[in-house]
Design a protein around this ligand. Sequence first.
Ligand code: BGC
Length: 454
Amino acid sequence: MNLRINNPMIYFFGALGGLLFGYDTGVVSGAILFIKKDLHLTYMTQGLVVSAILVGAMIGAAISGPLSDKLGRKKVVIFSAAVFCIGALGSAFSVSTNMLIFFRLILGLAVGGASAMVPTYLSEMAPASTRGALSSLNQLMIVIGILLAYIINYVFSPTGDWRSMLGLAFIPGIVLLIGMTVLPESPRWLLKKGMENEARAVLDHMRKGIGVEDEIREIKRANAAENGGFRQVSERWVRPALWAGIGLAVFQQVIGCNTIIYYAPTTFTNVGLGNSAAILGTVGIGVVNVVITVVAIFLIDKVGRKPLLLIGNVGMAASLLLLGFVNGFYGSTHGAALTTVVCMAAYIAFFSLSWGPVVWVMLSEIFPLGIRGIGMGISSVANWFANFVVSLTFPILLHQIGISTLFIIYGAMGILAIFFVRKFVSETKGRSLEEIEFDLRDKEEKRQHASVTA
Ligand code: BGC
């Protein structure tokens, strides 16, 4: 462990896995146009090239959680970085469709691993007062990765060089691999494994010695009350966290975020924009995504997670419903095309302010230490599964039921999510991970007490 590395660098490298998550999921939207011609893809193999990464991500997320509880957060991120590098090179040099699908699946393993582990690592390193902002760096990296992918697609599209589009992900992959090796392990994981001196050294360094003994005492107290492992997942007191985690993960997808992120050019051309206007519009969506995520980083520890989720829901649902109704009543007019562009930008702005960053932050906060890896793994699998279903069905539904009805359905999901957040999600702002854990236990005790006295 090298403790000479300073805090901003720790958080930067800690979050870098997000960039690969964003780049690798975003780049295919442009690359597929050229891969299709070069490798003579059918509709079926096109779908497989695009969605293999999502299937891989489900597997990666499932493995990485329990593995990180055993081996540590840092090792899993390092392992993911190595897989990112192999996947990037493998897909860039693929000579056949099957080989490309295989390497996109391998890349998915790394994307899934990073999606679960990067926020966990960041949130276990961060102090309670700025944990929201620091863990949101993951989302900032994701959206920067997506924007980079859009730009690289734009740059390489005149030559149709899809191999460079896919292969460039090797560079951040190798930076992540090297950077992670000098980062410290999560102090919470070290304490869980009884390595108190190592944990103290990391916390001393990160907190400049302030409040370290109190933090260690709290973590040990939480640890002492836990069994950990798969058995604990079925214990009653952790169930509310599991439901909240799975719900947040699934709603993030069924409110339609990736129909905009992955299919923006398709939707733009669907309402009558030309190809170059569609590509430019897509870059615009990427920029809005990055800028508003920065705003969210400033707000998340002040306003809190829950209010952001609710504000986001209202804004997203309103944008989707307006988009749906305008296209329903005034489809194929200039006005409808313009409204679609504005609604999509507004939707992405509200998403970046809320469900984009907040979901991954909260998933890394709500589970007790003993099952944090597993809980995060389960929720991430749910997220990737929902992503897979929505992305796969979007083009078919767009064709069959039309843009208007489809976006009204996503809007309705946004309204449903409001009820879910109000009922099942508890605020985590400003509280230590251990306080959040003790709260879960208290709630269960109160529930038991109430059922005995009833
Ligand atoms: C979501 C991804 C999405 C990205 C875009 C993430 O929080 O999990 O599915 O593509 O945000 O902003």
